[in-house]
Ligand binder design. Structure first.
Ligand code: NAP
Length: 293
């Protein structure tokens, strides 16, 4: 079997060029500029690189983005008051806090402070609760991007078996809920799961968000499954100039011949996460605008 690659990069480009930039232009004609603020704390290289990508994508879509940088020594109170300022600024439609934060700052407290209408990462309890209840809301970006890629592959989830490996609040849990809402039967696995291979054996769709490079290999995957690889890791390689390459949680080369569809790393879930963030920003801008008219 030759797997079809679901290129998140191509889909994201399409969303930026054909959907978002058109809608942003319409808003700008009404003198409304969708505006996203990113809070970046500390000097982590990976965080800085994710934020730079978000800025680049936003610029392509015509969405204004501003990065507010703070040193790792900033206090929790200062971050909270920055969020209050943003919540009260009617010209800002979305805010995200790039994670992780330094240990002395409570992630839960910071995320809870964001007004739900500007929570374009979909991490606040209000938005997570609405997702759980099946209400229209700002859905967290990686799961939202994954659902879009499944749609593009033509995968109808109704009645299908979906195995999700990883139960994080930002990927595993929300994507499980979204799959269930489309009538899939979802099995959630984590580090205490016994006999993971058995849980994978009758899966039609496998979503891997574990955070371990090449965690899943070909012999664990049933023939013809659809595989979504969320993981992203920089590992040493003697085949590249830089001496490094990016790999996912799935051993792509080993798995590719068995699956019907697979997302690559890089160029899979990553770009779709950012496209979803920008979609959420637009959604939020429109909602705020219409609530004032
Ligand atoms: P996380 O918060 O670290 O959660 C990892 C999950 O994997 C946990 O639920 C953990 O189980 C489970 N796990 C760990 N070892 C396991 C094992 N041996 N067997 C089964 N389950 C195991 O990770 P995350 O934030 O969801 O991220 C996962 C990966 O996706 C990372 O590589 C991250 O960088 C990447 N990611 C990429 C994007 C993107 O846009 N491309 C976005 C988000 C995340 P327990 O709960 O029992 O500990």
């Amino acid at each position: 079997m030759t797997a079809k690659i679901i290129s998140g990069r191509e889909v994201a480009e399409h969303i930026l060029e054909k959907e978002l930039s058109v809608k942003v232009k319409e808003l700008k004609e009404k003198n409304i500029v969708p505006n996203l603020v990113v809070i970046l704390v500390g000097e982590m290289k990976a965080s800085a690189s994710y934020v730079a990508q978000k800025e680049k994508f936003a610029a392509k879509a015509g969405i204004k983005s501003e990065v507010r940088r703070f040193t790792a020594e900033i206090s929790e109170e200062e971050i909270l008051s920055e969020i209050d300022k943003i919540n009260n600024d009617s010209l800002i439609h979305g805010v995200i806090v790039q994670l992780p934060l330094p240990d002395h700052i409570s992630v839960a407290k910071v995320l809870n402070r964001i007004h739900p209408s500007k929570d374009v990462d979909g991490f606040t309890p209000n938005n997570v609760g609405k997702l759980f209840l099946g209400e229209d809301t700002l859905v967290s970006c990686t799961p939202k991007g994954i659902m879009q890629m499944l749609r593009i592959s033509g995968t109808d989830l109704s009645g299908k078996n979906v195995t999700v490996i990883g139960r994080s609040n930002i990927v595993g849990k929300p994507v499980s809920i979204l799959c269930q809402s489309q009538n899939a039967t979802v099995t959630m696995c984590h580090s205490r799961t016994k006999d993971l291979n058995h849980k994978l054996s009758d899966a039609d769709v496998i979503i891997v968000a574990v955070g371990v490079p090449k965690f899943i290999s070909g012999d664990q995957i049933p023939e013809g499954a659809v595989v979504i690889d969320v993981g992203i890791h920089r590992v040493k390689s003697n085949k590249t100039k830089s001496g490094y390459k990016l790999v996912g949680d799935v051993n792509f080369d080993d798995v590719e011949s068995k699956v019907s569809y697979i997302t690559p790393v890089p160029g899979g879930v990553g770009p779709m996460t950012i496209a979803s963030l920008l979609r959420n920003t637009l959604f939020s801008a429109k909602k705020i605008i219409y609530s004032h008219t």
